[in-house]
Design a protein around this ligand. Structure first.
Ligand code: NIG
Ligand code: FE
Length: 410
């Protein structure tokens, strides 16, 4: 058994028992912090914590790794509830095209974008995709990510979608952190189905979903509901087929337009509704009436120069929400959640505490990991971030681009 004791922790953040599974409104800014604290772990499980004045006698000193955290903060690992980590090739050529004036939507209409990634992924074998994803996830963990969701959606054929999901399944057993898999065959229409939407939807429903169900290849089902992608009615049909196969919806809506996808997803009790760069008053009142967790992706807003979601408004309306990276080669080549934390503060005007709530406790809920992740609580194995010496918590998002994480234990 591996026993670790952190002592003299300057601030132990989000440690507590009986915390709600979702923080909302002013709760997001009022995080529990124990100053001058200790934390004891056994094989990563939280077995004791509290102020330094109370630690003596609680700990069995034998075979213990003692970590002096003087001047440093300890936080629960971040949870990244929305990523596209399995892909074949980066797309910096499109990045340069956008710098020169083309829009993301124009590039996609010219056969770039998701279709570009799908073409590359179809050519690559499963082992190579697996190997590339391992390298990326190792870097994500080093940046503090302690739980991860990964979507398919760069296959866009029966074989290639299943190949992606099998890679994700192998990643689940390779890593000690939890990884959730999402079927996103409805990410874009393949060229050969451009004028035959029915044909591709039939493939998803009749050929992909049944195999996914038999081989237990996914936890969730996603659809990119957007103009030029999937309509609300198309999304509904695919989500219902997924629900029938035991997959909860977790969807891409309101990235470029508000077209009713959010309402439909909430009606179908989606676990989360993600992107939300465009939010109308009606969308906000629908969010308020439903149980789906809104997830904002500020890395995507930043990289594509599109609006940032109005998270501040959700705080005012007492609606809980999460933040995630959206890591993918087209719209967000960044997996570093400290950068996402900064963007949320700088561009969405969230306080450091509000943004951290959305990256930990609320993000764990957006991937059904509240019982194990998101807070430092007895019996949980949330993954632990030990920072470098910092003056306060706000210093992390403030010093954007600087790596202030000394060690991550998962
Ligand atoms: O979440 N919006 C749809 N899908 C991805 C981007 C996919 C791509 O450009 O490769 C996203 O931003
Ligand atoms: Fe995405």
């Amino acid at each position: 058994m591996r026993k670790q004791l952190f002592k003299n922790i300057k601030g132990l953040v989000l440690a507590g028992e009986d915390l709600p599974t979702l923080l909302r409104g002013s709760e997001m800014n009022n995080l529990p912090v124990i100053y001058n604290a200790f934390l004891a772990l056994e094989d990563g499980e939280v077995i004791a914590y509290g102020p330094m004045t109370e630690w003596e006698g609680i700990i069995d000193w034998r075979d213990l790794e003692v970590i002096d955290a003087d001047g440093k903060f300890v936080l629960p690992a971040f949870c990244d509830s929305h990523t596209h980590t399995v892909f074949a090739k980066t797309r910096e050529d499109e990045f340069v095209d956008r710098i020169k004036g083309l829009s993301y939507e124009e590039i996609a209409l010219n056969g770039g974008g998701i279709l570009n990634s799908a073409g590359r992924l179809q050519q690559m074998d499963e082992d190579q995709l697996f190997f590339l994803a391992i390298q990326r996830i190792e870097k994500m963990i080093a940046c503090g990510t302690g739980a991860l969701e990964i979507k398919s959606g760069y296959g866009l054929s029966v074989d290639a979608e299943l190949k992606m999901l099998r890679v994700i399944k192998r990643l689940k057993s390779h890593f000690s952190i939890p990884i959730k898999a999402t079927l996103l065959a409805a990410h874009a229409f393949p060229i050969e189905f451009k004028d035959n939407h029915r044909g591709y939807i039939d493939l998803i429903i009749n050929e992909i979903i049944p195999v996914v169900q038999i081989e237990k290849l996914a936890d969730y089902i996603d659809v990119f509901c957007e103009r030029n992608y999937f309509s609300v009615a198309e999304m509904e049909e695919i989500l219902l087929a997924g629900i029938n196969a035991g997959l909860k919806p977790k969807v891409h809506v309101n990235q470029f337009s508000s077209m009713g996808g959010l309402q439909k997803a909430i009606e179908l009790n989606a676990l989360s509704v993600d992107h939300l760069e465009e939010l109308t008053d009606l969308d906000i009142s629908t969010l308020k009436s439903g149980v789906s967790i809104p997830v904002f992706l500020p890395g995507c807003s930043h990289f594509l120069s599109i609006p940032f979601g109005d998270a501040k408004k959700l705080i005012q309306e007492n609606i809980p929400f999460a933040l995630a990276s959206d890591f993918n080669p087209g719209s967000t080549p960044c997996y570093n959640l400290s950068v996402i934390w900064s963007l949320a503060c700088i561009k969405m005007r969230l306080t450091p505490e509000e943004a951290l709530s959305a990256l930990t406790i609320n993000a764990a809920a957006a991937m059904e990991l509240s019982t194990t992740h998101g807070t430092i609580s007895l019996g949980k194995k949330p993954g632990i971030i030990l920072t470098k010496e910092i003056p306060n918590l706000a210093y992390i998002p403030y010093s954007f681009g600087e790596n202030l994480i000394e060690r991550v234990i998962v």
